[in-house]
Design a protein around this ligand. Structure first.
Ligand code: N01
Length: 488
């Protein structure tokens, strides 16, 4: 990049992160943007997860860009199709579609020390170069199948919740569902009325909270359109509730104690049978795994065609699932609601930084980055929704906006200093991570296994605190945390 030029940018991923990042750059005059998207449409997880009942358990007025309020959300907790449409509409309004290269799966990216530029290669062999590389690939884009012996021997039909096979007819079938996370509790009530029999294999009981859902009425739509502040009030209300609970996860455990009481009451009211209730009662602190919201999950489990099985699975056999007591639970379909490879950030891409240093080597003990955004030895590389920026409660879109503004400041700094690259100082990054890990020690996330933690127990995914604390932390890029090095 020479004097007078604006930095060129490659963004990987066209989900909420990539779209939000591109909009922030465009609005500030950075137009030389290429977005590389492996799929054939935008949307990320909202394109991929089409299982029955897929919806967001964050209220839509909050789960949307602050600068793109939508007065006509169909519901408070909108479904996958409405969210996907929203993101498409936003991308169209901001003329982003022309910047997106679909079917472009990035295999590797390499920083060239002498030119200070990134070369990014896609699966079809195409190489593109840019001054700045931004990864916005999310944390939950790679489904995880369980490591259960015999998984390949099953002769029926099987699929993961994030790769729902809509061609498989479930009506009248015996279905085995493995997993009881946020995805499963959304599709189980949807499929239960269709199937002949549903065996739900639960390894760990979930904490489930009531969902204050509602269909927005035409009157509300009109009100939100004519009086945008009304929508803003609803957004602010949900944001404030999330912030209050987030405070409980680190600072004030009595708050999560209150939330646990609400969840226990919800279970007590919805599940009168003491035996089933005992099975569904979690034995770990609330908040350790992601809190779930549902009004129809427990009622579905009460139906006569549902069996909640808590005996450990030992094997998948050709005709079903075998448990530790030797029983074979016959099934014609197995649905794996077994989550995602959340701690394998940016995998399987090969990212090479200064002097050919590989990002996966730098992250061997678990991913870490300064503010979840920048990594020493990887100049001009920025991460959206990177390590330790996921939330136990709140809206990831709020976090994405915070990060996009921070990264835009970095790009501006590069525009102001042509011929330089920007790299976080290792001591700034180390200090940040030590502080984050110290705060994480006080959270309930340490008391169970989840996709927030690596096998060794390091919490690589979550931000320990309210969203506002993060926003304040990244509001202004501090030049002292970075080194600007001349390359040309
Ligand atoms: O996955 P999960 P998910 N044998 O990892 C079980 C987001 N999301 O797809 O708890 C038996 O939560 C596992 O058991 P255990 C959200 O961030 C958001 O449901 O490990 N069971 C668990 O029950 C969420 O956190 C929305 O003991 C096995 C389940 O599988 C994230 O996606 C909606 C097993 C996995 O639960 C992931 O949710 C949906 C085995 N070998 C999802 N292996 C919104 O509304 C795993 N399990 C925004």
């Amino acid at each position: 990049m020479t004097a007078g030029e604006r930095p060129s940018v490659i963004i990987i991923g066209a989900g909420f992160g990539g779209v939000g990042m591109a909009i922030e750059l465009r609005r500030n005059g950075f137009d030389d943007i290429a977005i590389l998207e492996r799929g054939t449409d935008i949307g990320g997880v909202w394109r991929e997860n089409t299982y029955p009942g897929a919806a967001c358990d964050v209220p839509s007025p909050l789960y949307s860009f602050s600068y793109e309020p939508k007065p006509d959300w169909p519901q408070r907790y909108s479904g996958q199709a409405a969210i996907h449409d929203y993101l498409r509409g936003v991308a169209q309004r901001h003329r982003l579609l022309e910047a997106i290269h679909f079917g472009a799966e990035v295999t590797d990216a390499e920083f060239d020390d002498s030119s200070g530029r990134w070369t990014v290669r896609t699966e079809d062999g195409t190489a593109r170069t840019a001054d700045v590389l931004i990864s916005a690939v999310g944390q939950l884009s790679r489904p995880a199948l369980p490591n259960i012996p015999g998984i390949d021997t099953f002769t029926g039909q099987a699929f993961h919740s994030a790769e729902w096979d809509h061609g498989v007819e479930l009506a009248g079938k015996r279905v085995a569902c493995i997993g009881t996370g946020a995805s499963a509790i959304q599709y189980i009530p949807e499929i239960q009325p269709q199937v002949e029999h549903l065996t739900l294999f639960q390894r760990t009981a979930a904490w489930v909270l009531p969902k204050f859902d509602t269909d927005y009425t035409p009157v509300q739509h009109k009100l939100f359109a004519r009086l945008p502040s009304a929508l803003l009030v609803e957004r602010f209300g949900w944001w404030a509730i999330a912030e209050f609970i987030a405070l409980g996860l680190v600072e004030f455990p009595w708050i999560v104690g209150l939330v646990a009481k609400i969840a226990s009451k919800h279970l007590e009211v919805q599940v009168p049978d003491p035996e089933l209730r005992a099975k569904l009662t979690p034995d770990y602190p609330i908040g350790c795994k992601r809190g779930l919201f549902s009004n129809n999950y427990y009622p579905a489990l009460l139906e006569p065609n549902v069996q909640v099985e808590t005996t450990a699975i030992t094997e998948i056999v050709p005709n079903g699932v075998r448990t530790a007591d030797g029983t074979v639970h016959e099934a014609e379909v197995i649905i794996y609601g077994t989550g995602f490879k959340g701690t394998e950030f940016l995998w399987p891409m090969n990212i090479y930084g200064r002097a050919g240093r590989k990002l996966s080597d730098a992250w061997q003990g678990g991913a870490h980055a300064y503010c979840g955004i920048t990594v020493p030895d990887f100049p001009n590389l920025f991460l959206v929704y990177g390590p330790n920026t996921n939330l136990g409660v709140g809206s990831i879109i709020y976090m994405i906006e915070s990060q996009a503004r921070y990264i835009r400041q970095a790009v501006q700094l590069l525009a102001d200093r042509p011929g330089h690259v920007l790299e976080v100082r290792p001591e700034a990054e180390a200090q940040f991570n030590t502080a984050v890990q110290q705060r994480l020690e006080r959270t309930p996330w340490n008391f169970c296994s989840s996709w927030y933690r690596t096998a060794s127990g390091r919490i690589t995914n979550n931000w320990p605190g309210p969203q506002l604390a993060y926003r304040r932390r990244v509001r202004k890029l501090k030049a002292a945390d970075y080194e600007l090095t001349r390359v040309v």
